[in-house]
Design a protein around this ligand. Structure first.
Ligand code: 13P
Length: 412
């Protein structure tokens, strides 16, 4: 049987493909140990699990992908999404009267990525490309400061939305597959260990169209497999916008179709599900729906929808906040985690707006406010960490976000 040299968790090893794959970590055939002690030393052999993946690259990273995905979805922790494009972060900064210059973007992200204690509640941070290569003002790479506080660096890899010809007028597809493999390899080199791709769908009368659902799910699956081949855990984000006056029941129906289509295409594309994370919107009524519903009802339909469409092999479901207020996003996550369910995945958060509003409003671009802004960030991270375990008491952590950040046709 051929033996291939490769690297497991940074250790050179030998790989024997096939059932019961075994990695002999620099063990020699002629052991100097007496026979009776050899059995005791056997655990020194690292065992590679046979994941049954389709070859193409991902097989080299399978164990590491699973480990990273599970770390990100570990109890009491979730993702800080700070991958706003330069234009979108400009809107956030304008909201507190700060100019959108590279220096100000760097100062804000430095505040976030040097926040001591953040790693207790935040397992990963999604960065925009500019940020992945940036450093603190005194020259420490952001990827290193994040690792130092226990947060895994991730990277947004899609190149944004474009009109989808032949579909409904507002419908889009997500661009960025060209050159993705090379970019993913470079991001891995720079220290990223997971990726995000945001496809967007919207409920309208007669929509989303089947064309838009299939096209967006295809892009997500192709992206997922491509970045897995380069060692990055794909966060698969089929965002269904809050825009519209549809009921929560309609939202559930559309999400069911999206998830079943998505995972069917993931199968076709050879996506290794144990090394992925899903990032959906919760199942909610449209922003203009007169029928408002309780967090319990949201949890009931969100869980039902996920149980019908998301395979048990997926380790974690990390919700986006989508314009909910900080407190709403936390309370809904808490409700989700207090419900009995059959689905085995971790239910957690990957919030952008619902983790940053209080922090931004406390900072206001002033260096002297940095410690207080970091405390505001920690407070919301802690709140969501508790909600991930179904242990959040509403109102027990401060928030300055009274109105939420919902915006029609939101662009990230
Ligand atoms: P929000 O939590 O602000 O919706 O964004 C999260 C995100 O990463 C969307 O892609």
């Amino acid at each position: 049987m051929p033996m291939t040299a490769f690297v497991v968790s940074g250790v050179s090893a030998s790989f024997v493909p096939g059932r019961g794959q075994r990695v002999a970590a620099a063990t020699s055939m002629r052991s100097p140990l007496p026979l009776r002690r050899r059995a005791v030393a056997a655990p020194l052999q690292l065992r590679m699990r046979d994941w049954g993946v389709r070859a193409g690259g991902v097989e080299r990273f399978a164990d590491a992908l699973v480990e990273t995905a599970n770390k990100i979805a570990s109890p009491g922790r979730g993702i800080l999404a700070v991958d706003e494009s330069t234009k979108t972060i400009g809107k956030r900064l304008a909201g507190i009267g700060v100019e959108n210059s590279e220096a100000n973007r760097q100062a804000y992200r430095e505040l976030l990525f040097t926040c001591e204690g953040l790693g207790q509640f935040i397992s990963g941070a999604i960065l925009f490309e500019e940020t992945l290569y940036q450093s603190t003002r005194d020259g420490r790479q952001f990827v290193n400061t994040l690792n130092q506080i226990g947060v895994i660096p991730g990277i947004k890899v899609d190149k944004g939305l474009a009109p989808l010809g032949g579909a409904l007028p507002h419908e889009t597809w997500c661009t960025g597959l060209d050159g993705l493999s090379e970019r993913a390899a470079a991001y891995y080199q720079q220290g990223a260990r997971f990726a995000k791709w945001r496809a967007v769908l919207q409920i309208v009368p007669g929509g989303p169209s089947r064309q838009a659902i299939v096209e967006n799910c295809y892009g997500l699956a192709r992206y997922a497999r491509t970045v897995q081949d380069q060692g990055l855990v794909p966060i698969i984000e089929p965002e269904l916008l809050l825009d519209g006056d549809h009921t929560i029941e309609r939202c559930a129906e559309v999400q069911e179709e999206i998830y079943s289509t998505l995972y069917q295409i993931c199968q076709t594309q050879g996506v290794f599900l144990e090394g992925t994370l899903l990032k959906p919107a919760m199942t909610l009524p449209g922003a203009d729906c007169k029928n408002r519903v309780s967090p319990d009802r949201i949890a009931e339909l969100t869980v039902r929808t996920l149980e019908r469409g998301v395979p048990a092999a997926v380790p974690g479901i990390m919700f986006l906040s989508g314009g909910m207020t900080e407190e709403e996003a936390t309370i809904n996550l808490n409700a989700l985690n207090t419900r009995k369910r059959k689905g085995p995945w971790a239910l957690s958060f990957s919030y952008g707006r619902a983790l940053q509003q209080s922090c931004l409003k406390t900072w206001m671009g002033k260096p002297e406010n940095v410690p207080a802004a970091q405390q505001a960030l920690l407070a919301r991270a802690r709140a969501n960490g508790k909600a991930q375990q179904g242990q959040y008491t509403p109102g027990s952590e401060p928030t300055l976000d009274r109105t939420g950040t919902f915006e029609a046709g939101y662009k990230y």
